[in-house]
Design a protein around this ligand. Structure first.
Ligand code: ZN
Length: 183
């Protein structure tokens, strides 16, 4: 026994059936247990859908959701800040290690300490300038922007660390060469 188009007629409410189609369907349902069961189940589902209360968002839901969202965002930004600080600490530590290994390898600690101090003070000056710049820019911008600034800042910091490394290296090597020239 073919169940089409009766299954289609049972399940599709979008197009009302003609009188003829209706009598055909009723006739089929009278003979076909599958289709009568289908119609029964479908009617049950429709009843459940009608009886189910429409769930309105509780009062203040949007505001609460927004608050949660903002809190999450703030947490994320804090996390990003923490990561940035970890990155800074890691970078400084790596530079220090590089300095120490260079110092030990060269065997001229006094000169290295001098060049280290000189290059470090230059770096500190640059960082404080950049920090001032960052804070002045931050006060003009909405809170979403600083992440981009953080990225820019970290890029510049990497650049500065490399410049510092090169400066330090130049001071050291030049110092060593000059030392050799004098001897
Ligand atoms: Zn059938």
């Amino acid at each position: 026994m073919s169940h089409q188009p009766f299954e289609q007629w049972i399940l599709d409410d979008s197009q009302p059936l003609s009188t003829e189609e209706n009598s055909l369907l009723n006739n089929h349902i009278g003979q076909c247990s599958d289709c009568s069961q289908l119609q029964e189940q479908w009617n049950h589902v429709e009843e459940m859908l009608i009886q189910a209360p429409v769930k309105h968002a509780p009062e203040g839901f949007t505001a609460r959701w927004q608050q949660t969202f903002l809190a999450k965002k703030a947490t994320q930004q804090k996390l990003n800040g923490k990561r940035f600080i970890h990155f800074l600490i890691f970078g400084s530590f790596t530079s220090l290690l590089m300095y120490l290994s260079l110092s030990i390898l060269s065997g001229s600690p006094a000169r290295f300490i001098m060049s280290f101090l000189r290059s470090s003070s230059v770096l500190a000056l640059r960082i404080s300038k950049l920090n001032m710049l960052y804070h002045s820019i931050q006060s003009y911008l909405p809170p979403a922007i600083p992440i981009i600034l953080l990225i820019l800042l970290s890029c510049s910091l990497i650049l500065m660390l490399s410049i510092w490394g090169i400066t330090f290296w130049k001071y050291s090597i030049k110092g060593v060469i000059l030392n050799e020239d004098y001897q």
